[in-house]
Design a protein around this ligand. Sequence first.
Ligand SMILES: [Fe+2]
Ligand SMILES: [Fe+2]
Length: 439
Amino acid sequence: MTSIGEQAARLKWVQGLSWSEVYERFPDESQAKIRSAARRWRKSSLTNNEERVILEHVGANQLEGVADSRRMKTLDDLICECQVDLDIWDVERFKLNKWESAMKLSDDSVHVEPLYQVSATFIKKRPDELFPVIKPVRFDFEELEWPEKSIVPKQFVRTLVIADPHFGFVKDGNKLVAFHDRRVLDVILSVARIAKPDRIDIIGDLMDLAEWSNRYITGPMFYQMTQPALIEAAWWLSILKMETGADLYVYEGNHEKRMQDAIIKHLPAAYGLKGVFRQHPALSIPNLLGLDELGAKWISGYPADEGWPCDWLMFSHGNVARKGTGKTIKAVLENMEVSRVIGHIHRMELGARTLHYRDEQRPIYGFCPGCACKIDGTVPAKNPRNDWQNGCGIIDVTEHLLQVKPVFIDGGQALFGGRVIQATDRLNDLRAFAPEWNW
Ligand SMILES: [Fe+2]
Ligand SMILES: [Fe+2]
């Protein structure tokens, strides 16, 4: 039986199929695994006198070149052989592999010859214009399957809480610079895999929507960044759903509300307009992200949108922000007599207050899990040096008990489940998913 690498390599380079067509033939394997297996097979099948040079487009703005030979040993050799115009393309990545190939000669002696593989990725200096029309992200969800939730009775309900990813971009020249922190989001995926939550609550500001702000004036570098932000957010949500099977709740935050506010102000005729048989308005976050297809529930109505895992625990984005560590949680706990989990402040805060009655006392708890956006000043804010922290939280509840586990994420790493979790770079998977964007 031939290996996946050989089958994929033959489909790609002998039959000339595109990568997406090749991926379809191996529905159980990841795209990255198929590509690397195909390339490994191609390299291993090379004989001494052969050489292969392949240059192919991955979307409009990316080129990948690979040369297997004895002759080409440097990046310059590859550029020269493939005639890559460096006025148009920048080198993004370059790799050189060397291995030895043995050949038996007629006098029974063995001749060892070095072979080289030079590979490089090139990105267009001036990428093709981004497609400006905002449209819903549509996956072929019939193909997507997620695991069933555990039916083994548990004593508690477990929630993974994620706050403020702020999916969005700013243009730096022709590149897209993300507001959301991909390393943090990848660590959160690992936490989800380990913790196996029953539900995942994304408690507001999933999207940044900088260009929709009525309040802050935004420059042209923020224009037409909504579509790529929707694509990457929906891609990440689909991975989260498929890997956990948990119930997914997405809350409206003040940033999502920007879209409805802008429509009311500038295009009232479009406000609330729905496609026939559609649940959500055409120009709304749940419709644009395809939340129904993902089986995710949209909690709308900021600032009044709330989630209640039980009668005495409330999740919301929140609209209170006080300066100083712990000050917001203190204010929030003085507002209501239930335990609260909030977002919005981008800070990791945990606090408690005990309520006293005539013959009993009852503690209530407040928690903010930090944020999943960049904390280095990339996200537009009043102050570029904010007191923000990255993290998420695991909340377990029984009928009477609450356990909050903050997960601190720092430098793409977290300590969770008795191990160090390290973020992996999924940029190539994203590029394979939506190759038309200059990620
Ligand atoms: Fe936020
Ligand atoms: Fe917010």
